[in-house]
Ligand binder design. Structure first.
Ligand code: SF4
Length: 389
């Protein structure tokens, strides 16, 4: 397939996107903690969904757009069969032209990837796979309602390693019933695979999920705060010892293996978003598609946008949001000149007292040019970021 390179745009990346997110909502099973726009038992809608997705891309873009990063997330994109993945990658290549050296990530779950599907993705130009391992402990996987184990992760890595130059593992700590040694063992197993990128998230009890209901009816209890902190501390120490630098509060990578797509979000740059529940951020306006799959299909098929609420922030709100997102980047933090260029605001005029307060408490490091969370600040990041609002 020959793809014409679209003309480059003059707008900076915080105004007009150089990144695109594509959502595939299908999953084998709805995990108990999951609050994503995902659903099980809807595979029969996959072909119809792909048609709607292409309609949405064509309608929203009008013409092919050159981007630096593409992220296909879910749900479980690899729940699609090989022919459907072929269709998906063709439409993405038709509408989103990856610039030379660009990054194209696809999320996968252990147990859903086979060599045939992986070949389709690799041949289309996908160069990064993000694999949701979450845990290797049967007890934690049961609490999270994940339907795979260590063997499936090993099998998936055997498929991924020879085909994709970059891959990442996702893990979750703070699973009810787990102790520090359980998390240590999960981390050691993950590091034993020698990943160049690791994402480690503290478990969140999202309102309305099955796990949240179990918590509220007393079936499970969150781990206590001190234990969660120790788990996070262990994560930071062990990943550093393994050569993975913390570049965002939940993300660790060898130099050059950071997720370029996620760095777009943390710079508050613009991005396209397609599919059910997908968000986009264009010229300072954030909008989100409906999370209801039948409604998404109906609306797109009727030629209507699938967009739900549109959030138009004031310039100051946008600047504050930019500060919060940038501070999540533990290495880059906020560069004052860059911040001014992007937002039109002086950081210290916007948040001087907050910066001073947290600097005095040792939560922020400031060399006058760049502001960053300190090693202590990462443990109270939520509190610090909140104050910037
Ligand atoms: S596989 Fe991922 S997206 Fe699907 S239900 Fe589980 S956590 Fe949610």
């Amino acid at each position: 397939m020959t793809v014409k390179t679209p003309p480059a745009r003059a707008e900076p990346p915080w105004q007009w996107p150089r990144a695109a997110y594509v959502h595939i909502p299908f999953c084998a099973h709805k995990c108990g903690y999951c609050d994503f726009a995902s659903l099980a038992g809807a595979d029969h809608l996959a072909d119809r969904y792909l048609s709607a997705l292409e309609c949405e891309m064509a309608g929203a873009l009008g013409e092919p757009q050159e981007v630096d990063t593409i992220f296909v997330g879910g749900g479980t994109p690899t729940r699609l069969d090989a022919a459907q993945l072929q269709r998906l990658t063709r439409m993405i290549r038709r509408w989103l032209v990856l610039a030379p050296g660009g990054e194209w990530t696809v999320e996968a779950n252990p147990g859903t990837l086979n060599p045939e599907k992986a070949d389709v993705l690799a041949e289309a130009g996908v160069d990064r796979v993000s694999l949701g391992a979450q845990s290797f402990r049967p007890e934690s996987l049961r609490v999270l309602e994940r339907q795979h184990g260590r063997t499936e992760v090993e099998q998936a890595l055997e498929i991924v390693r020879p085909r994709f130059p970059r891959w990442s593992l996702d893990l979750i700590f703070g699973v009810p019933g787990s102790v520090l040694d359980d998390w240590r063992s999960d981390l050691e197993i993950a590091l034993g695979f020698d990943p160049a990128h690791l994402s480690c998230y503290g478990l969140v009890f999202e309102k309305g999920t099955a796990l949240w209901k179990q918590w509220h009816s007393g079936v499970v209890r969150p781990v206590d705060e001190d234990l969660e902190r120790s788990m996070y501390e262990t994560t930071i120490e062990r990943t550093a010892a393994a050569g993975l630098a913390m570049y965002e509060i939940s993300n660790f990578a060898r130099p050059g293996h950071e997720s370029r797509h996620n760095l777009v979000y943390w710079a508050n740059d613009a991005y396209f978003g397609f599919g059910v529940g997908a968000a986009r951020y264009l010229r300072g306006v954030r909008s989100v598609n409906t999370r209801d799959l039948p409604a998404y299909l109906r609306r797109i098929e009727a030629g209507e946008p699938a967009t739900g609420p549109i959030e138009e922030l004031s310039a100051e709100q946008r600047a504050r949001e930019t500060a919060i997102l940038m501070l999540r980047r533990t290495v880059l933090g906020i560069d004052r000149d860059d911040f001014r260029r992007r937002t039109g605001f002086e950081l210290d005029r916007l948040a001087g007292p907050v910066i001073e307060r947290f600097r005095a408490r040792g939560c922020l490091q400031d060399d006058g040019q760049r502001l960053r969370l300190s090693p202590e600040g990462v443990f109270v990041a939520d509190r610090v970021l909140c104050e910037f609002l």
